[in-house]
Design a protein around this ligand. Structure first.
Ligand SMILES: Cc1ncc(COP(=O)(O)O)c(C=O)c1O
Length: 423
């Protein structure tokens, strides 16, 4: 890893990272040290306006007071009780999430993949109990559900086909927004359909309303579960608390992570009373419902509700899209899309990683997904002034993008079958 700016301390950190970390992601040669609100700061004191938000995680921005306070209070009270005991924040958080989502029951984990694993297990349990052993789950191409073996298999990225074979069996992949293909894929073995309503990692592609209505009908007709992966879209990100609320349908299962913890590792699977099928031992984990994570989640979600940050996401998201459309009239960007603060746009083929790197250099964090798409997922606290700054920085970088040599870490990222290796 080459240190471009040359501060001794940063060089030492980068050397140490090379020595002691497994190489699981192509990272730029900076070391982040602190954060406040919409900004992160590196070990050289350089500040970055953050439109990645820890990959849609930092819903309240960096180091939010509500989260710090909750963590301090709960850690002085009870950090961990074991999953073998109830604790107060666990019960309070389950109640709150069920109330705001229209669901009845919650299971907690630590990552989005774990929430999706729980949904996959619940679907298979439903198949075993109610559908004569049906076990197959239909998922949508271009979706992303995590990096455990089962969620990688559910994801079905073509680049992952040969990785870690053999894959977990029982997943069928169908094209996005093709209802006939999904209908054709349903068989006696099907126990669930699982999808994101806006594919985040896949490049910010939304499901059509008629498609989702059709999926709901198919699920009702055959008694199979509709699982909506709201790990990225959930908790205000798209301008409503949950993306499914834009469509007026109710899923049978939803999975949440990222934004509900505001940076604290936390996930949840929510379902209806009717699918309360797990028996003790079917699903669990040492950290399920741990008091510290539950207190963090409660504080973050309550703050999102109290400040109506979903509404802010809708307003600022529309403002960002307007600004990007204006830029698109003059600069090589196109296909501005997305909802709320999950926004994508296309750049010239092969230039997305370079644009993200140039923006980093200019003090702006944006995320390249694939080779020609940029994704913006800023904290939900973003203001119009931050958006203006972002648009100005982006326009300046796009305007001076020249044939300057591509840094080594970007060349590596574009060669790697997993892209930048971060979701
Ligand atoms: C829609 C979706 N589902 C699941 C995951 C996996 O979440 P985690 O990385 O917390 O396991 C992600 C991560 O980006 C995601 O975007």
């Amino acid at each position: 890893m080459m240190c471009q700016t040359g501060n001794e301390e940063t060089k030492n950190w980068l050397n140490e990272a090379d020595k002691s970390l497994l190489f699981t992601a192509n990272r730029p040669p900076v070391v982040m040290e602190s954060g406040e609100g919409m900004y992160m700061r590196d070990t050289e004191g350089k500040s970055y306006l953050d439109f990645i938000g820890g990959w849609a995680v930092a819903s309240l921005g960096h180091s939010p007071a509500a989260l710090s306070r909750a963590l301090a209070e709960q850690s002085a009270t009870l950090v961990h009780a074991s999953p073998g005991f109830l604790n107060k924040p666990m019960i309070q958080f389950a109640k709150l999430l069920c109330e705001i989502s229209g669901m009845d029951k919650a299971f907690f984990g630590s990552s989005g993949a774990e929430a999706n694993e729980s949904a996959i297990k619940l679907a298979r349990k439903h198949g075993a109990v109610n559908l004569n052993g049906a076990y197959e789950i239909i998922t949508v191409s271009g979706g992303f559900h995590g990096r455990t073996l089962a969620t990688m298999s559910a994801t079905g990225k073509p680049q992952w086909k040969e990785l870690f074979a053999p894959k977990v069996e029982g997943f069928k992949h169908v094209p996005l927004n093709d209802l006939d293909a999904c209908f054709a894929a349903v068989s006696n073995n099907t126990c669930a359909i699982m999808l994101e309503l806006i594919q985040g990692e896949g490049g910010v592609h939304a499901v059509q309303e008629s498609y989702l209505f059709g999926l709901r009908k198919i699920c009702d007709m055959y008694g199979i579960l509709l699982i909506v992966d709201e790990v990225q879209t959930g908790m205000g990100r798209t301008g409503k608390l949950f993306a499914f609320q834009h469509y007026g349908i109710q899923p049978d299962v939803i999975t949440l992570a990222k934004g509900i913890g505001g940076g604290f590792p936390l996930s949840a699977m929510l379902t209806k009373e009717k699918y309360d099928l797990f028996q003790p031992g079917d699903q669990g984990g040492t950290y399920t419902g741990a008091p510290l994570s539950m207190a963090a989640g409660l504080a973050v979600v309550q703050e999102i509700l109290d400040r109506d940050l979903a509404a802010n996401a809708a307003v600022q998201g529309a403002y960002i899209k307007e600004g990007l459309e204006l830029l698109a009239a003059k600069l090589p960007i196109s296909n501005v899309r997305g909802r709320g603060l999950l926004i994508g746009f296309d750049v010239l083929e092969g230039t997305a990683q370079q644009l993200a790197a140039d923006c980093l250099e200019a003090g702006l964090l944006i995320n390249a997904v694939g080779t020609s798409t940029i994704r913006l997922v800023p904290p939900l606290i973003v203001t119009q002034a931050h958006v203006d700054d972002m648009l100005q920085l982006l326009a300046a970088v796009l305007g001076r993008q020249t044939a300057s040599p591509t840094p080594a870490f970007i060349q590596e990222a574009s060669k790697s079958p997993q892209g930048a290796g971060i979701a």
